[in-house]
Write a protein that binds this ligand. Sequence first.
Ligand SMILES: *Cc1c(COP(=O)(O)O)cnc(C)c1O
Length: 422
Amino acid sequence: MNEPNGQYPIWHPYTQMQTAGKPLKIVRGEGAYLYDEEGNRYIDAVSSWWTNLHGHAHPHIAQAIAKQAQQLEQVIFAGFTHKPAIQLAEKLLQCIRYHSKVFYSDNGSTAVEAAVKMALQFWWNKGEERKKIIAFRDAYHGDTFGAMSISARGVFTSPYRALLFDVLFADIPVSGNEEQCLQQFKSMLNENKNEIAAFIFEPLVLGSAGMLMYKPAVLDELLKLCEANNIITIADEVMTGFGRTGKFLATDYCSVKPNIICLSKGITGGFLPFAATTCSQKIYDAFLSDEKSKMLFHGHSYTGNPLGCSAAIASLEVFETEDVFSRILLIEKQHTLFSNRIKNHASVKEVRHTGTILAIELKTETESGYLNTIRDKAYSYFMERKIILRPLGNVVYVLPPYCISEKDLAEIYAAIEGFLSL
Ligand SMILES: *Cc1c(COP(=O)(O)O)cnc(C)c1O
């Protein structure tokens, strides 16, 4: 890996190629496990970067993709449509009844780009001067330039900072800070009256920020304020969607519903790069016109890819046939018990959990954050124990596939306790 002219031909994401160890070659996945070329078995405790829902190589999804590949693998999606795309849209809208249209793309960042462009062009098409966007200060919405602009000004975005567009940053209303954040949000709305196009947020859990969490009640208050001020609300459910927080969507805990929702990661059960941006009829209607110039100017070559659609349909079918929500509940229960067991541990600063997501923030001598060195130590410690955990700086988190067994969860918890007591 660290030979500049070496034979290894790949540049890996989020990896310092000079110092990173050799990447592990994985040859097979099954359920919550991954197997390397030497036959070692690893517990995938981070669901392969938050994508996997029902386990690796789930036969129902694998078969659906194989069948579709023999029928129709790809077709241009402007002027053409196909059954898997229609079926999936109908299925998604059955779960998101307050929305009426689905716009497809390829990944979380593109789902977000499409959402932001919908919101901005909504006002443009109406001839209103609303151009500002509110985002959370620690947000992560993806790695393309628009998505970076509405994300935290931090270590991920520093090199590009000069070229990112300005947004209004709101503090996250974490427990105890709710009132203060609501006041700040209100002032922001007052100071920018009729100028704010949209508020984009990760509902209940801010993933890349270190699994920071806040409550549905305060999100409801923020959404109400937006509604009263005609601000379009965009829920980035790329990580939180498809049961991750205990309900189908994290915003299902809220009584006020967002105007636009971004879905990706778990949408195909973790099989293929695919995404959807759903919206209400009101958003969609603003693009209908005799003038072509009012259409949404967005699309990708693989938009609505039939294989992605089939995988997503099959994943939703697994929800129906395998009582996935009782597994989710079981994970949530185990997380709660474990949290209670370690929350007062001397090495623990805070334990947070929402649904299937558990985060343990470790005390640290140095500054906390993504580059905290405790991360490498923890990563290696867990890898030696054949558990894939990829801490975000000093935050160790568990985000398992829903099919994980109680035994494997216990093994993960034991390893974490072992690390805490080093
Ligand atoms: C991962 C993530 C994204 C970006 O998705 P990619 O598929 O990696 O582009 C956007 N928003 C949230 C909340 C995410 O967790």
